[in-house]
Each structure stands twice: as C-alpha cells, then as structure tokens.
Design a binder for this molecule. Sequence first.
Ligand code: ADP
Length: 386
Amino acid sequence: MHEDEITAEPVKALLAEKMLFQRVFELAPDPIIIVDQTGTIVLANAEAEQKFGYKISELVKMPMEILIPQRYHKEHVGYRESYSQSPRVRPMGSGLDLFAKHSNGEEFPVEVSLSPLRIDDELMVIALVRDISERKLAEASIKEKAKALEFANAELSRSNKELEQFAYIASHDLQEPLRSISAACQLLEKKYHGKLDAKADEFLQYAVDGAKRMQNLIEDLLKYSRLGTKAQNFQSVDLNPLLRQVLEGLQASLQEAGANLTIDQLPTITADRSQIFQLLQNLIANALKFRSEKPPEITIGYREVGDAFEFFVKDNGIGIDSKYFTHIFEVFRRLHNAESYSGTGIGLATCKKIVERHEGRIWVNSEMNKGSTFYFSLPKRVGKYE
Ligand code: ADP
C-alpha cells in the first residue's frame, strides 16, 4: 500500500462529509441560518435568501435580529444569551412560535428549531426556520368554522326547543275546544240520527269521524312533544317484563289477528322506562297493523354489536318500498290513507325521537309484500342521566 493512499482516506471522508453537509444545507426546504455567539449570521442557505428577501452575501455578517421584527429585538437578545449558557437541541413545535421579518418589512409567523454547533472553541447555533403562515391560516379558518358550527348548533337546539314547546302548548290548548266540538257532534248524531235526511246523517258521520281523527292526532302530537319536555330519568330496565306488559296491552289485537310471536330473552338496559315501553308498543303495533293476508309472524330479538345492543322487530307484513325508508320516520309521514290503515303518522317519529334521546339509532329494512324489520340500537351504558 502506498503512503499517499493511507493519507487519502481521511481526506476523502472529510470531503464527502463536507459535500453531504452542503447538499443537505442547500436542498433543505426551510431556511437554515448559522449564527455565532455574538448573534452574527455566518452562513445561510438558498431558502433563507428566498424567504427573507436578502442575498446570502448580504445576510452574512449581519446581526440576525434584522430577520426579526423590531418589537422582539430586546427579548430576542435575552433569549440568545440564555441559550448560549445552556445550549441544547430544541426541536420544532416546542412552543416557540415567533414572527420573522422579510426585507420588505412584511412579517410572517415561524417556528424555529435550534441546535448548538461547536466549531473549534466557538459555540455557534444552527437555526432552522419554518414559515407557518399557511398552517396558521388553516388553523384560524378551522377555528372560525368550529365557532360558526357551534353557533348554528346552539341556534338549532334553541329553535328545536321552541318548536317542541310550541307543539306542546298548541296541542294542549287545542284539545279543549276540540273536545267541545266532538261532544257536540256526538250529541247531534245521537239525537238526530235518522230524524233528518240521509245526506244530513252522512255529514254528521263525517264530522264525528273527523273530530275523532283530529283528537287522535292532537293526542299523539302532544305525546310526541312531551318526549322532550316531560322526560323521565334513566334507570335500569329489564326488557323482559316490560315487553310482557306491552304485549298484554296489545293482547286483543294480537289474538284477533292470530299473530304468532317469537321472542328472544332480552337484556337489561339503562333507559327511560316509559319511553322504551312506547317504542316497543309502536313498533309491535305497526307490525300487526301493516300485516298482509297471511297470519302475522312477529319476531323480537337483539344482538350485541360492540358497546351497543341492536334490537329488531321483524314482521311478514305488506313491506315498505325502499324509497320511503327514511321518510317514514318523519312526523305525519304515512304511506297509506286513513281508510286503508288507521293512524296519525307520528308513531315512527316518536320512536326515532326516543331512540335518539337514548343516543341510539333507528332504521328499517324491508321488502315489498315480504315484510319489514325495524332495528334500533341502544348503547349498553348511556352516559346521560337527566
Ligand atoms: P302510522 O302507523 O300512524 O301511520 P307511523 O309513523 O307509525 O304512523 O308509520 C309511518 C308509516 O310507515 C305508516 O303509515 C306505514 O306506511 C309505514 N310503516 C310503519 N311500520 C310498518 C310496518 N311494520 N310495515 C309496513 N309499513 C310500515
């Protein structure tokens, strides 16, 4: 081995190291500035030239404070001095959000990371500067949007409350005069049926039926609006006796229709007892009401899905066209007239409100002429005890 080959290796390594440093320095996507102990810039990369609007030859030998708005100068000199006393690597995002200044006087927000660099006996500092204008703008816009959303939410819940209150008061106050109309019509019918002509009997019948329908409607509307205003506390509810009670109430209609019921053993949940009663009653009554010619087969069960119970009420009735799967949960939405199937169109809206108050979800799956399955999920532990 020649002697010059021995000395060439470390030189090569040194050169390679220098070139590597230079490449990293020049290709860095952020400005890099190296500052000596007096705060004078000794080196800056092309990105620094670009970002700050000075030529590298101008930057070198300048105090680094020219890159910082005047109002921070004093503070910055203090920073620098305390850093040189205990130099350590301080990465980006360590809470040091600052402002930098372009040669044209414009300011922009930056994040700075610092690393000490000891050359011979002198302590220098490598400052990596990142322009965070875009991030700040995005943050501000997100904040603004979140604020607007919060405001819209508050507005929505206020108007919902107002609407509920209105529906409650309106339906409550409508009941009284309606009772008088209904009673008067019934009296008229009782006293004068068959004493006037056939047309008069028919009209009277319309009035009696209309008043009855309206009474049902108002009662249901009142019940619906009470869900928000007259809510009971949540408690532990064993669904098995509760379901038995619901079925007892529907006993006559179940028997009359010759319904066949299949029921799973159900769990105990945390819920508003009377509301869950209403929910099951509405779903089972619908399964019975919208039956086909076949004897009704109704199955009630559940499965566990993660931290929720998913219940279902399945029937073999007339079914629902998939285009109505969401509409039927709206107030007064009915797919049939009062002659073919009685009802007010509030039942499923009530179910939806109840389930949502329990932080769950309700939906349907159905096939025309085959049957429908109504599902509702309820969290196993409801965090809300009102
Ligand atoms: P209502 O029963 O008073 O008409 P609901 O809100 O309970 O009102 O139901 C809305 C509509 O959804 C019903 O009119 C009916 O068309 C449809 N529907 C509800 N349950 C069933 C079911 N089990 N099978 C078929 N259609 C149903």
